[in-house]
Design a protein. Structure first.
Length: 94
C-alpha cells in the first residue's frame, strides 16, 4: 500500500518542503519533529496541488510551524557570552 502511495506522490505531488519527508516516513524511516510537521502539512495540503501556500487553518495545532506560513514560529539561536562558560563550570563545582 505504501509503495502505491509513494508512487502517487512522486507522480502527482509538487516538489515542495515535506515531500521527501513524507516519502521517508512511508518507507519506515524515522523523522525529526520538524520534518514530521513538514510531512504532515504536505500530506494534509494534498501534496501542495494548489501551490506552495499557507493552508490558512489557524485552528490546526501545527499551523504555527507550517513551512509556508508567513507568521510561523522561528527558532531563535541563543548567543553565548564570552567567559560565561567559566562561571558556569565554577558554579557546578560548588
Amino acid at each position: 500500500m505504501n509503495e502505491e502511495r509513494i508512487k502517487n506522490i512522486r507522480q502527482h505531488g509538487k516538489k515542495a518542503r515535506g515531500q521527501t519527508e513524507l516519502i521517508k516516513h512511508l518507507e519506515g524511516q524515522r523523522l525529526t519533529l520538524k520534518k514530521a510537521v513538514y510531512a504532515h502539512c504536505y500530506d494534509c495540503m494534498a501534496f501542495y496541488a494548489d501551490g506552495k501556500v499557507d493552508c490558512q487553518m489557524p485552528k490546526c495545532s501545527l499551523h504555527p510551524f507550517m513551512a509556508y506560513n508567513q507568521k510561523r514560529i522561528k527558532r531563535t539561536v541563543k548567543k553565548t557570552i564570552p567567559g560565561d562558560n567559566g562561571e558556569m563550570r565554577s558554579a557546578r563545582i560548588l
